[in-house]
Design a protein around this ligand. Structure first.
Ligand code: TEU
Ligand code: CA
Length: 565
């Protein structure tokens, strides 16, 4: 009655190579560094590795600006290193999916240089427009601040870039370009990679009229209605599916889709397998945005809104499409700081609680490097501490143009900056957390002597071993993969409780998001039809206990999962 796919039962681990492990002391993580940690990942129990970009790049956006899709970034190693990584991973039963950034390339890609020079067929590979009255073709704002158009003296036209000006948008209307991309993707699959994470894949189709967008506080306009989730993007994705992986076995595809609604996602990740296997949606990650929708704020996500959002996604996709589950990636602050409590007292418990809350929902869980150790946000205090172009540009725009107080802006960045995710992985308590023998490209979080892998692997009570347990429970209980979802107590602003049902089983999950005790009603009192209840996971006790009480008191940040049948 159900047809499970391997990727529905899998857990994916994301590696941001620059910050994972440095093998040669230059302060930059690399492919040999990753190879040296494959046994660590095997032990954690994950099935798939997602590698953030490792291709040739001038690094305006840490590799999300690719200058050659078939070359390895020199700092990361060689193609031989990549082949070795793939082989070593496969020997350990780990699959590798690679990050495909094909909405844009680097301006240093040969295609762009030739396009700029007007050479066929490249002329039309990017989105070029004449200016209007000596100004930009329209009012669109780039995601990294300022206009989304930059003028080329050489071509005497503007090109579109929804991100950095060194990330020109590729023109998906151009069939030669599309075929060139499919050829390149097939080349990687022929090499043996197991699939793709597709960067902003819902941005590839643009409205050819390029209308002005609604103006915000910076005087620039919003491109989203004209460049995100357009119907034509579905056509391109369907074409990519049929040209690249449709006739291959064992491939996993996940599309990064900011601003996707549940309806959009039902199309992108429909179980009919004509587009992608799953998406990364952003709704739950955008709940702490400022009032005007912009990213920069010092707010926290209200639990009621978080519950409403998850519940909506769990229910709308059920039986139709597939979602990914994530708290963290290289663009997001650390979840234990964001939604938990990273003080010494509650750090361990709240990191486990958040993991529990996410991992018992339906979808494919993603673990971002260091999340399994409960790594925290960085104590940023000065703009010079930041490396990320998004943060640095936003700081200048907010303090210089919008006249936001600089301390205020630093507090926004401390809350939301992508650099929180990019500090080096904390391997052990030696200098630079064992990440490098040299000077790391970005400072190590000063808490590495307490929070590190070496300290956690042998400690039964560690966040790491709790993640191991969650990952193995998913393999043990099909209800976690297949069950439907019911939110319990939607108006409770302190505790997140939900039920999953599957065949003759029920799974009850309760998570206390506060540092206070919380009284709640036990599932056994409302669901007498199930006779036997037992705890399969609890961050306060080793579990296995029978479970019959009517009223339960959850400890601060307690999370408990109970199976009934
Ligand atoms: O991210 C897409 C994206 O929209 C992000 O810029 C996101 O909005 C932002 O990080 C949150 O403020 C992808 C990649 O994941 C990101 O690292 C790249 O910078 C971006 O695309 C451009 O390639
Ligand atoms: Ca290195």
């Amino acid at each position: 009655d159900h047809n499970e796919h391997w990727w529905q039962k899998s857990v994916v681990y994301q590696i941001y190579p620059r910050s994972f492990m440095d093998s040669n002391g230059d302060g930059i993580g690399d492919l040999q560094g990753i190879i040296s940690k494959l046994d660590y990942l095997r032990n954690l129990g994950v099935d798939v590795i997602w590698l953030s970009p490792f291709y040739a790049s001038p690094n305006a956006d840490n590799g999300y600006d690719i200058s050659d899709y078939q070359k390895i970034m020199e700092e990361f190693g060689t193609m031989e290193d990549f082949d070795e990584l793939l082989k070593e991973a496969h020997q350990r039963n780990l699959k590798i999916i690679i990050d495909m950034v094909v909405n844009h390339s680097s301006d240093e890609h040969e295609w762009f240089k030739k396009s700029k020079a007007g050479i066929e067929p490249y002329r039309n590979y990017y989105i070029w427009r004449k200016g209007v009255d000596g100004k930009e073709p329209n009012n669109w704002r780039s995601n990294f601040s300022g206009s989304a158009w930059t003028y080329s003296e050489e071509r005497q036209e503007y090109y579109l870039h929804l991100f950095h000006k060194k990330q020109p948008e590729l023109n998906w209307q151009c069939a030669e370009l599309r075929n060139e991309i499919y050829r390149m993707m097939n080349w990687w699959l022929d090499k043996g990679v197991d699939g793709f994470r597709l960067d902003v894949i819902n941005y590839i189709g643009k409205n050819p009229e390029f209308p002005d967008g609604v103006i915000g506080k910076d005087g620039l306009g919003d491109f989203v209605p004209y460049a995100v989730n357009l119907p034509i993007s579905h056509d391109y994705i369907k074409e990519m599916n049929s040209q690249v992986w449709h006739n291959r076995e064992g491939i996993l595809t996940v599309g990064e889709t900011p601003f996707a609604s549940t309806d959009d996602a039902v199309q992108y990740s429909c179980l009919d397998n004509t587009e992608l296997n799953m998406v990364f949606q952003f709704e739950h990650m955008d709940l702490d945005n400022a009032e005007d929708g912009s990213k920069w704020s010092d707010r926290r996500i209200p639990l009621l809104e978080l519950k409403r959002s998850f519940s909506n996604w769990q229910r709308k996709l059920y039986g139709k499409a597939w979602n990914s589950l994530y708290w963290c990636n290289h663009d997001q602050p650390r979840v234990v700081s964001r939604l938990g409590n990273d003080t010494d007292t509650w750090w361990n418990k709240s990191a486990k609680m958040l993991a529990t809350c996410l991992h018992f929902m339906q979808g494919t869980p993603y673990v971002y490097q260091g999340e399994e150790l409960g790594m925290t946000n960085y104590p940023f205090s000065d703009i010079r501490d930041f490396r990320d172009v998004e943060s640095i540009n936003a700081y200048h725009e907010y303090t210089e143009t919008l006249h936001v107080d600089s301390d205020k802006m630093i507090s926004y960045l401390r809350n939301k900056s992508r650099d929180n995710a990019r500090t080096p992985m904390q391997w052990d308590e030696t200098d630079e957390a064992g990440f490098t023998t040299g000077v790391p490209w970005m400072p190590v979080n000063p808490n590495y002597k307490v929070i590190n892998a070496a300290a956690q692997i042998g400690d039964e009570d560690s966040v790491y071993n709790y993640y191991r347990k969650l990952i193995s429970l998913r393999k043990e209980h099909p209800i976690i993969v297949n069950g439907d979802f019911e939110l319990v107590g939607e108006d409770d602003a302190d505790v997140f409780v939900y039920l999953r049902h599957w065949k003759d089983q029920i799974l009850w999950v309760a998570c206390n998001f506060t540092d206070r005790m919380q009284k709640i009603v036990s599932p056994s009192s409302n669901h007498a039809e199930y006779r036997k209840w037992h705890v399969i996971c609890d961050n306060y006790s080793p579990s296995g206990d029978a479970f019959e009480k009517d009223q339960i008191e959850l400890q601060p940040y307690e999370a408990v999962a109970v199976l009934g049948n």
